[in-house]
Ligand binder design. Structure first.
Ligand SMILES: Nc1ncnc2c1ncn2[C@@H]1O[C@H](COP(=O)(O)OP(=O)(O)OP(=O)(O)O)[C@@H](O)[C@H]1O
Ligand SMILES: [Mg+2]
Length: 1184
């Protein structure tokens, strides 16, 4: 693998434990202040950082493996270790893990020595070890192995895979496990080994990888690529997100195979497109997503395929697998023979179930993330392609006599238009005529039937190839990585294999050109570059000859005048172009080229080969001579689609179909020629090559053992041919003669310096001297090594393996040392920390205990002190109290004594009646105090307020009551004094009324608030009553309108009552003349009822002759109280006699000399005024 040498890495697959060296002194300077531990730790960290894979998966210290990670009790959790495990506790964090029961490295190495599978299998596993080396021995080795079902053989790190054409039990999960962590040389050759090598190199060494799978059509490239992908998917981690990504990546295969693979004579599942898939990983080696690039689909197959081949799988899968309703909706017939593009033959293939595959494709699309609508639209467009093949054109003649074509089966056209949502006339016109634009003029020309078919097929091919491109883009949308994190890439290239068919056309030319380029990469990287390196490095080297196919690549792709450039020239040239003109051009350019042949160039060389027709040319490819038919090259290269058809597709309502033809948008129409197919392919291949060169290549060279796809059949000639053109023999020779591995001195020294005490831990000299010293110390045979100018070369892989094994052992020992030192350091540090903590804690604790004890004692002392002080204080207090009492007692005694003495002395000088005087004095003082208090506390002067302060001493209670009464009377007097004469007279009248009626007549209560007016008829003011005024003679007391009861019948008549100081006058209100005049002295008595009526009886004296009455006078007045009161006052004033007032319910009255018994009865509630009923000598008065 010389290419790697150039990049400064090892040129071979490494066991996973082989890690690149750390940058010198990188971490030791920055790490840890403790020199010894730091040094050891730096090493550990270098080890960890540059062996991420080890950290991630397998080289973690065994005791750090959690028990849960172990699949079975007693077994190591990681494959490749083998042996038993014991539960162990991790000294770092105390977690329980599993530790393998020690299997010394020596034991492992011996085990491998004893059974080196590369050597000990059928034949030789690595052709580098083949002896003798010849084409024949190589062939027979491959044959022997193939017949024993050993299909993989190495040439160093290149894997040769011979297609077994039958399933082999070597791709199981157990095999994946074996190769996952196994040693490249410790296991049988297998495709998994190269996949593991590429993956671990990508993950652990951070190098982008590409896996180049080459070989003829049917050699097993696609299968190999799937095996690589499935291996990588199986070994990377199993998280939900990762699993989804893996599923999506893997499921892209069935979808792309359905649309891009077809049965050919060579291969039932031949890839008809090139595929390069970049799988992207994160730094842990977990897949993040991917990106697929596709290269030139063989779209001519859509419209035509040779006998015994098939169109693309998807058509057959759709017809076989779709349900009846779906087929009906897509307007398809289940029988393939009904569809023009699928041919007449039986489409069934042994071992391939189209219906099941259709289901698988649909499931895969769903897993990738296609929506239901997208799947439906995809199938609709696929159906449209099929339906286009069913369109029949027929010849029609126009009026001008020119031939034109027309649609023969309009129903098919209708079906297509219905499927894509387009008007029939638009599609019909686009299929049968061609519109050309020139100088802003549109010229519509009718197409001939042949042109019509050409247009139809071009449309079908275009739809299909654009659909395929869309499919790839859509898958990429789902699997593409959107995060911006740094990624590592593993590219897997599965491109159509070299092929020679009966009628080789443009497609085969392109396919074979691509294979030439891949062969070139191989030659450049494995043969040429490697040998050149030996020269550069000054290593003694006998050149190995090999065929360099650069000349063929130049012939095809040279920008100045390669076949593709000439073809483009011919396509773009104005004037008539034809296969003949193209051939002539080729003949002219390459007539003398070693790898080009045509009829013309042959005849120039006087050779006649009937197998080379005049329309063909032949290219001598690395893999054989291929005769290409120049017919169709120009059309296929131009890849023309009538603009009208593109525009018609753009007009369709079908979203997907419309999106496939953006060039159909009239606004974007350009008259510029689109780049040719050849040009595009060349450009994309050039990009691919650059991409591949930038990655570390891994080769899988597939060999096809027979032409009949039969298992167990090994056709020597066929394989010999492939061995030859693949340059396998040269490959082996270069590897055998050369050195298996190389590496620049500095990284080599960094990697292995730990193996020698001369170079470990530090080497002071140059790197080259260091490497020489190192290897001489390691006793490696001199013939195994070669020292170049900048690199050291190691001849056999075994030496390298031995070196790696020693390194691994040394690393384990160093790791143990680091662990030991680290654990010691950690335990020490932890101990010291614990000790410090313990001292601190105990100091704190002791302090705390002492503090508590002190506080306790203090509290006790304070309590005792308090008690003692209290006791003392109380005692003192008692004493003081006692003293005080003694003093008081003494004072009292002395006071009494003094008093006694003073009194004794005093009585000598004062009268004996002093006591009574003192008492009198005190009494008067008290009275004085009482009166002064009263004076200051006199109640308000309001008449209605009868409040009075209570007597302060009981002996003053009577006096106080007297004073209260006096005060009240005095208040009343004061009140009366301030009244006017009228008011006083009115009040006297009211007082008089009270004396007469209070508590005796019901009417009295309501009359109290009513003021006595005296004149109720306006007698004084009304001139009408002049005569009455005269009769009153200025002595009027009262004038009122009353009713007079007729004692004869009890009826009442209104009367005016005038009361003067001498008379009672009754007058007719109308006549206004006194009618009855009664002298006051004639009134014997007056009767009123106790009710609230106004009945008033004036009992007259019997001998009365005044007035004109026939007896007593019965009056009803509304002011009876006032009338009676004033009558009483007038009588008192005039006669000095009080009125004889009777308040009774029964009384008798005098009428015409007889008496009438009047009974007063209270009427029902609401009864108004007195009503008199006379019955004989009785009168009943109903009152209110
Ligand atoms: N490892 C294998 N084990 C069993 N069968 C295999 C293996 N590899 C290939 N085959 C068989 O060979 C057939 C052809 O293989 P494959 O499709 O991979 O060829 P190819 O090289 O990709 O061809 P083309 O270039 O035409 O695409 C497969 O369909 C399968 O039947
Ligand atoms: Mg293939």
């Amino acid at each position: 693998m010389s290419g790697q040498g150039a990049q400064g890495g090892w040129a071979g697959p490494f066991p996973a434990a082989c890690t690149p060296p750390a940058p010198p002194g990188y971490l030791s300077s920055v790490f840890f202040p403790f020199p010894a531990v730091g040094k050891a730790f730096c090493f550990l960290l270098q080890f960890v950082f540059f062996n991420k894979g080890l950290v991630c998966r397998r080289r973690v210290p065994a005791w750090c493996v959690p028990a849960s990670a172990c699949p079975l009790p007693g077994l190591m959790p990681f494959p490749g270790h083998g042996g038993e495990v014991v539960p162990t506790q991790c000294p770092l964090d105390g977690s329980t893990g599993l530790r393998p029961v020690s299997q010394s490295p020596g034991t492992r190495a011996r085990a491998m020595e004893a059974d080196p599978p590369v050597l000990a299998t059928v034949g030789v596993g690595d052709l580098v070890l083949l002896d003798p080396l010849s084409e024949e021995s190589l062939l027979s080795n491959l044959r022997e192995r193939f017949l024993h079902k050993e299909i993989y053989t190495y040439i160093g790190n290149v894997v040769i895979s011979v297609n077994p054409y039958c399933p082999l039990p070597i791709y199981s999960a157990e095999m994946v496990e074996q190769y996952c962590n196994g040693n490249f040389y410790a296991l049988k050759p297998h495709i998994y080994a190269i996949a593991e090598d590429a993956y671990s190199s990508l993950r652990d060494r951070d190098r982008d990888q590409c896996i180049l799978i080459t070989g003829e059509s049917g050699a097993g490239k696609t299968e190999a690529s799937k095996l690589v992908m499935s291996y990588v998917a199986a070994v990377c981690s199993k998280g939900a997100e990762v699993t989804k990504v893996k599923e999506q990546l893997l499921q892209s295969n069935p979808v792309l195979e359905a649309f891009g693979n077809a049965k050919t004579i060579r291969n039932n599942n031949s890839s008809r497109f090139g595929k390069y898939m970049d799988v992207e990983f994160d730094f842990k080696g977990e897949p993040l997503g991917g990106l697929i690039s596709n290269y030139l689909l063989e779209k001519s197959r859509v419209v035509q395929h040779v006998k015994n081949e098939r169109n693309f799988h998807i058509f057959y899968q759709l017809l076989a697998g779709a349900s009846d309703p779906l087929l009906k909706r897509l307007k398809l017939q289940r029988d393939c023979r009904h569809h023009g593009y699928l041919g007449d033959e039986d489409p069934r293939l042994p071992g391939m179930d189209d219906a099941t595959n259709f289901q698988a494709v649909q499931d895969a699309m769903r897993i990738i993330g296609f929506s239901e609508a997208e799947v439906t639209q995809l199938l609709e467009v696929t159906a449209v392609v099929l339906k286009l093949g069913d369109l029949q054109l027929s010849s029609q003649f126009q009026a001008s006599g020119m031939e034109a074509c027309g649609i023969q089966n309009m129903q098919v056209l209708r079906d297509i238009c219905e499927l894509i949502g387009l008007r029939e006339s638009v599609l019909e016109q686009a299929l049968c005529s061609r519109t050309m634009e020139a100088k802003q003029e549109k010229v519509v020309t009718a197409l001939s039937v042949a042109q019509g078919y050409f247009g139809r097929d071009a449309l079908a091919k275009n739809i299909y190839s654009r659909l395929f491109d869309w499919l790839v883009t859509r898958i990429n949308e789902s699997i593409q990585v959107t995060t911006g994190e740094r990624r590592k890439v593993m590219g897997v290239l599965d491109i159509y294999g070299f092929e020679i068919v009966k009628d080789n056309s443009f497609e085969q030319f392109i396919i074979n050109y691509c294979n030439e380029k891949l062969q070139q990469i191989f030659i450049l990287m494995t043969l040429k570059e490697e040998q050149e390196e030996y020269f550069r490095e000054g290593i003694a080297w006998t050149p190995v000859t090999f065929f360099d196919n650069g000349i063929i690549c130049d012939l095809i792709e040279s920008g100045k005048g390669g076949i593709l450039a000439l073809l483009d020239e011919e396509c773009l040239r104005p004037g008539t172009v034809s296969p003949a003109t193209f051939l002539a051009k080729l003949d002219q350019a390459f007539g003398n080229h070693k790898h080009y042949e045509s009829r013309k160039s042959q005849s120039d060389r006087r050779i006649t080969d009937t197998s080379l027709p005049s329309t063909c040319f032949r290219v001598h490819h690395y893999a054989g001579k291929v005769t290409y038919n120049a017919t169709g090259f120009i059309e296929k290269n131009m890849d023309q689609l009538y603009r009208g058809l593109a525009q018609a597709m753009w007009q369709a309502k079908h979203t997907l179909l419309r999106s496939l033809f953006p060039d159909g948008d009239p606004k974007k129409a350009s008259l510029k020629m689109p780049p040719t197919a050849g040009f595009q392919f060349k450009a994309s291949i050039s990009t691919l090559m650059k991409n591949l060169y930038s990655k570390n290549p891994n080769y899988i060279r597939c060999i096809k053992p027979n032409e009949s796809q039969a298992p167990g059949l090994f056709t020597d000639e066929l394989v010999r041919n492939q061995v030859r053109y693949l340059g396998l023999l040269e490959n082996v020779r270069v590897r055998r003669a050369g050195y298996a591995y190389r590496q620049p001195y500095q990284p080599c020294l960094e990697r292995y310096r730990l193996l020698s005490t001369h170079t470990w831990p530090r080497w002071a000299g140059t790197a080259r001297d260091g490497v020489q010293a190192l290897f001489s110390d390691l006793d490696i045979l001199p013939e195994e090594l070669a020292y170049g100018h900048t690199k050291v070369f190691i001849r056999t892989p075994r030496t390298l393996f031995d070196l790696e094994e020693r390194r691994r052992r040394q690393v384990e020992e160093l790791a143990t040392l680091i662990q030991k030192t680290y654990r010691g350091w950690r335990c020490r540090t932890q101990y010291q920390l614990m000790r410090k903590s313990q001292i601190l804690i105990s100091a704190w604790f002791r302090g705390h205990v002492q503090k508590k004890r002190y506080q306790h004692t203090k509290r006790a002392v304070l309590l005792i002190q308090a008690c003692a002080r209290g006791w003392k204080s109380r005692r003192l207090l008692r004493e003081l109290k006692h003293q005080k009492r003694c003093h008081q007692a003494a004072a009292i005694i002395s006071a009494y004594w003094k008093g006694y003495k003073t009194r004794k002395e005093y009585t000598k000088y004062f009268r004996s009646g002093a006591m009574a005087r003192l008492a009198n004095f005190i009494y008067r003082r008290l009275l004085q105090k009482f009166f002064l208090g009263l004076k200051n506390n006199l109640p308000p002067l309001t008449v209605s307020d009868r409040s009075w302060p209570p007597a302060p001493y009981r002996f003053l209670a009577n006096a106080n009551e007297e004073l209260k009464t006096i005060f009240y009377h005095w208040k009343c007097k004061k009140y009366r004094d301030q009244l006017s004469l009228e008011k006083r007279a009115a009040l006297q009248t009211k007082l008089c009324a009270s004396e007469l009626f209070k508590g005796k007549k019901a009417r009295y209560g309501p009359s109290v608030p009513e003021p006595f007016q005296g004149d109720y008829v306006g007698l004084q003011k009304n001139p009408k009553y002049q005569k009455l005024q005269a009769a009153a003679q200025g002595k009027l007391v009262l004038a009122d309108a009353v009713r007079k009861v007729n004692q004869a019948n009890g009826k009442m008549t209104p009367q005016l009552l005038l009361l003067t100081k001498e008379h009672v006058i009754l007058a007719d209100p109308k006549a206004t003349q006194p009618k009855v005049v009664i002298s006051l002295s004639d009134i014997r008595a007056t009767s009123v009822t106790r009710f609230s009526d106004g009945l008033l009886v004036l009992h007259l004296k019997e001998q009365t002759g005044t007035g004109g009455t026939k007896g007593d006078v019965l009056l009803v007045s509304d002011h009876v109280i006032e009338v009676v009161t004033r009558l009483h006052q007038a009588l008192l004033e005039t006669t000095r006699q009080a009125l004889n007032l009777q308040i009774a319910d029964q009384f008798s009255t005098q009428f015409k000399k007889s008496s009438i018994a009047v009974t007063v009865v209270q009427g029902p509630k609401g009864h108004l005024g007195p009503v008199c009923k006379k019955k004989g000598k009785k009168m009943e008065v109903l009152v209110c």
